[in-house]
Design a protein around this ligand. Structure first.
Ligand code: ITT
Length: 201
């Protein structure tokens, strides 16, 4: 399986600036040059998959085919146990076209009502696609609890209402470096980097 050549620029197939910032942090020491599909003005494909993995593959394939570059996509979201896994793959769509995550977090709070079970997980599936066809996927997950009211200004998306297990602060209250030690995205990247750094066969 061909792995990214050291001189090759990696295309990150995202239009989400919060994600792009985290991916740059996580890849920084390992990949020379990164550009996003948002920066290149590439199309944003419709996420028609039924799983995180299907959507990650669809986004990576689309960006790689359009650009001729190796492309990395991230499909992720928050899965709330008492809401049967919602918003899940619909995490971005719950924020509407205005990307209003205050509204999306309020929706979770409203739907949970008095429910005692506040458990939730963040899930991230990374897909790495080569223009000539192969795609590899890597999954990471972090378990935690939904809290209310939202706390913290760092991070993005649902970070202000998620406290990871073993911690007392939300992701939005943590320094990025602390979130990167334990997040769903960091765990998926650990698996990806193990492959990127393995000798090509
Ligand atoms: P791209 O598809 O262009 O990458 P997107 O925002 O549409 O951007 P997703 O379809 O994967 O991405 O939606 C995932 C949503 O889940 C995202 O918009 C965030 O709100 C949320 N999310 C994912 N990871 C998160 C994290 O680490 N912290 C907070 N929210 C996160």
């Amino acid at each position: 399986m061909p792995i990214l050549h050291p001189d090759e620029r990696l295309l990150v197939a995202t239009h989400n600036p919060g994600k792009a910032r985290e991916i740059r942090d996580l890849l920084g020491p390992y990949v020379g040059s990164v550009i996003t599909s948002g920066e290149l003005g590439l199309a944003e494909p419709e996420e028609t998959g039924r799983t995180f993995e299907e959507n990650a593959v669809l986004k990576a394939r689309s960006a790689s085919a359009e650009s001729g570059m190796v492309a990395l996509a991230d499909d992720s979201g928050l899965s709330v146990s008492a809401l049967n896994g919602d918003p899940g793959i619909y995490s971005a769509r719950w924020a509407g076209p205005e990307k209003d995550f205050t509204r999306a977090m309020e929706k979770i709070h409203r739907l949970l009502g008095d429910c005692e079970d506040r458990s939730a997980s963040f899930i991230c599936v990374l897909a790495l696609a080569w223009p000539d066809g192969p795609v590899r996927t890597f999954e990471g997950r972090v378990n935690g609890t939904i809290v209310w009211p939202p706390c913290g200004e760092k991070g993005f998306g649902y970070d202000p209402v998620f406290v990871p297990d073993g911690y007392s602060r939300t992701f939005a209250e943590m320094e990025p470096a602390d979130k990167h030690r334990i997040s769903h995205r960091a765990k998926a990247f650990e698996k990806l980097l193990a492959v990127l750094s393995a000798p090509a066969s």
